[in-house]
Design a protein around this ligand. Sequence first.
Ligand code: NAD
Length: 279
Amino acid sequence: MIKIIDGKKIAEEIKRELEKDILALAKKGVIPSLAVILVGEDNASLVYVKNKERVAKEIGINYRIIKLGDKISQEELEKVIEKLNQDKNIHGFLVQLPLPAHLDSQNILSKIDPAKDVDCFHPENVGRIFAGNPRFLPCTPAGIIELLKRNKIEIVGKKVVIIGRSNIVGKPLALMLLAENATVTICHSKTKDLKAETLQADILVSAVGKAGLIIADMVKKGATVIDVGMNRDNKNKLTGDVDFEEVSKIAGAITPVPGGVGPMTVVMLMRNVMIAVNN
Ligand code: NAD
């Protein structure tokens, strides 16, 4: 029988664990603090930022939002970052992406103090994942690995196929699964025969952003299917990359959208804030 991997339930479990750690810290007089820099008024970003605020407040993390106009210059934004780097009351912070086109995101991310870089996008922190000595783990890949482990889905020696090679999901996830002793293949928009690759997968991860990309005949019987995609259909309903109904008949385990990977990302951010407290 198909197992539905319930990200919402596991995210709740992790929140309760974090709450306990936060209470223990509070007894020592420390309240973990997270700041988020939001440039402009991108609608999706506003939703993500609100969600982070809700979860932070729910578990007892101090939350500060710094809203900046979309015309801000690179230098001005760097100054805001430097202020947060120096601020003893902020343990971790992030710059909500995407930034307006006139700003150089890579350069901005590299200005964040790596010890406060709770999104784990600073080149030093990315390099540490590569070297097998991570300080933080990037939130979405960390959430995926947590989903697999807490559902007792074996990773060691398994063939994992990841579709998507972004810096946020595909690439770091590949390195992290390699560290967990999986055999990893990364596919992307130029992959010649996607189906031939996906059919090899014991664990198939789709992080593309194309509804209906993964159909039943691309999935090996009994495979675990992790759907990272977040797409809106013509009724504005959230859907993943995977044809959930049909693939459910073939797969052994599957994440729904919504309620799979999504809820995990934000709790993994909160876990990084707890790591930042000790940095
Ligand atoms: P992206 O948008 O930067 O890149 C998409 C990737 O898909 C690229 O590497 C591209 O090569 C690949 N691709 C495009 N078309 C393809 C095709 N036809 N076949 C194979 N590969 C193809 O990636 P991203 O930022 O990782 O986002 C991917 C999806 O995951 C989006 O829907 C995004 O909204 C979602 N996402 C969800 C979460 C979450 O918390 N649930 C977090 C991050 C991203």
